[in-house]
Design a protein. Structure first.
Length: 141
């Protein structure tokens, strides 16, 4: 009984093989396209954060962002965006600044800053970031 049903399904699949193949290719292409668009978007945003930090502070991208996140004159929103960018860069040189920020009251548990800080610490300490290899080399240090 089951064997007959499977044989019927197999015949239908063979009959519509081209249609199924085209559908699978379209779906995979769409998913890949969305992924690549997201990767480019992240890379662009990290690059912008680096440029903004380097306009205000001298040094490499990581050094400038590390200085920015510890500057109390900066708005917390800008500092949180810089924390996010440091996490995306995944450079271990950012860990001391991130750890120092973790002791400050503005980035305590329950805040968006704390959430981004925890993610950034993981990524800067060597956790896997699937999107970074696609854009990380294009960011000027």
């Amino acid at each position: 009984m089951i064997r007959k049903k499977l044989a019927k399904v197999y015949k239908v699949l063979l009959k519509h093989k081209l249609l199924l193949t085209a559908t699978v290719f379209l779906i995979v292409g769409f998913i890949l396209g969305v992924f690549l668009l997201g990767v480019q978007w992240i890379g662009h945003d990290v690059s912008q954060e680096c440029l903004n930090a380097q306009e205000q502070y001298q040094g490499t991208c990581v050094n400038s962002l590390s200085t920015l996140i510890l500057d109390p004159r900066q708005k917390l929103r800008h500092r949180t965006q810089a924390v996010w960018a440091l996490g995306q860069l995944g450079d271990s040189k950012a860990v001391p600044a991130l750890e120092k920020l973790a002791t400050r009251p503005e980035c305590q548990t329950g805040t968006n800053c704390h959430y981004e800080l925890q993610k950034a610490l993981k990524l800067a300490s060597g956790s896997l970031n699937l999107t970074a290899p696609f854009w990380r080399l294009s960011i000027a240090n």
